[in-house]
Design a protein around this ligand. Sequence first.
Ligand SMILES: C[S@@+](CC[C@H](N)C(=O)[O-])C[C@H]1O[C@@H](n2cnc3c(N)ncnc32)[C@H](O)[C@@H]1O
Length: 178
Amino acid sequence: MQVLLAAGMTPDDHLLDIGCGSLRLGHKAVPYLKPGHYWGTDASHALMRHGRLTELPDPEALPEDHLVEDAAFAFPGIPDTITFAIAFGVFTHLPHADLATALTNLRRFPNLRSALFTVFLSDAATPTRQPDGVVTHPGRPPYHLPEAQVAQTISAAGFTPARQTTLLPRGQVLWAAT
Ligand SMILES: C[S@@+](CC[C@H](N)C(=O)[O-])C[C@H]1O[C@@H](n2cnc3c(N)ncnc32)[C@H](O)[C@@H]1O
């Protein structure tokens, strides 16, 4: 919530929470946003459904069809109204090609102001110990990427990259694609 608020999100915005899992963000974002303004996607519909029933203060505040099973970052059925997207702790666990696919597919949202996501950074072709001790890898999860490659992937998708200075758990680095 803090990074979204710092990016300028207000209750009027329409949020797409990519890889939303059991609604760790959703349980705060759903009550904050105007009714119907939260959408989540995840590879696991069961995880999202469980989160809706057990984590939300009022499950009725989130229509079930706003939680969309989508492992391909195709965002099926997500409306053009989306103004912010976030993927927290998602691309840290997936090959780089998935980040490129997601960013490219986000371009279809005409009102999108910012897409925020986290990655681990390193130029190393070998395992790297991140500042808090977690070990990341160039070719298996948790993955790390060179900073220049992240910026290039954001630019190639048609966005402007901005690495954020926010300190995040486990040494993840936050990026904004605007
Ligand atoms: C570490 S969890 C983070 C969940 C949530 N964003 C949070 O901050 O609590 C990673 C999430 O990514 C989802 N995920 C993994 N592969 C995915 C894919 N290909 N498409 C969409 N979601 C995926 C997992 O099901 C899981 O919920």
